[in-house]
Design a protein around this ligand. Structure first.
Ligand SMILES: [Ca+2]
Length: 221
């Protein structure tokens, strides 16, 4: 599953929850500190990862089981949250406002942010694996985009040059398009989000193993 456009960002997960039934989810959210990202509890479950009709690096479709509940950021991390935790704002679109997503953030920058959040809260945040991200995006459905088959409903996307989309080549306030069934926003569109895994050209070579909240890369062939 692809997401559209713009720059990049992180979104993260947290361990520490026992498995819960999906029927218990309303969804349940929490925040570990006043300026921490709001988190949504995601139930355990299985899904079909990838797409046979998409790009070559989305193949082959394969079943993935996440056998633990976890929590994922309700939205992309905002500029206000980043500034509060890191003391700076690297964003290109910084004049847009506190509720815009932070961007121009490297994977290592995301690790620094996570270290500071962990020190501040005493909890265990980390980046989600790509599988955890896609599982949360799909939210029990097989749709082209996270939360809908209609990109216009759920995503800020497109480029001015290509004359497609609705983003007008700028970022937009987080959580202002339709969310998915788990109550997560902007997983398609607005800015990209970082995941823990490194990139591979196909799912056939290396896969992340998910064991009791930890993630391990299987041996690559
Ligand atoms: Ca996004």
């Amino acid at each position: 599953m692809r997401i559209f456009i713009n720059t990049f960002l992180m979104l993260f997960s947290m361990s520490g929850f026992s498995t819960i039934a999906q029927s218990e989810l309303q969804p349940k959210t929490f925040r570990d500190c006043a300026d921490c990202p709001e988190m949504v509890i995601i139930p355990s479950g299985s899904f079909e990862m990838g797409s046979e009709t998409g790009y070559s690096d989305e193949k082959p479709v394969h079943k993935v089981t996440i056998n633990y509940a976890f929590a994922l950021g309700k939205t992309e991390v905002t500029q206000a949250q980043w500034l509060s935790v890191m003391g700076n704002n690297p964003s290109e679109f910084k004049i847009c406002g506190d509720n815009f997503p932070v961007e121009k953030v490297s994977w290592n920058d995301a690790q620094d942010f996570i270290k500071k959040i962990n020190a501040k809260t005493g909890k265990h945040y980390r980046l989600p694996s790509e599988a955890e991200w896609e599982y949360a995006c799909r939210a029990g459905e097989q749709l082209t985009y996270c939360g809908s088959a209609n990109v216009e409903k759920v995503a800020w996307y497109g480029t001015y040059e290509a004359q497609i989309g609705n983003s007008n080549d700028i970022t937009h306030p987080v959580g202002t398009r339709q969310g998915n069934a788990f109550g997560l926003f902007d997983m398609s569109g607005n800015v990209f989000e970082w995941v823990a895994d490194s990139y591979h050209e196909t799912y056939g070579f290396c896969r992340i193993k998910h064991v009791d909240h930890s993630i391990e890369v299987d041996s690559c062939v």
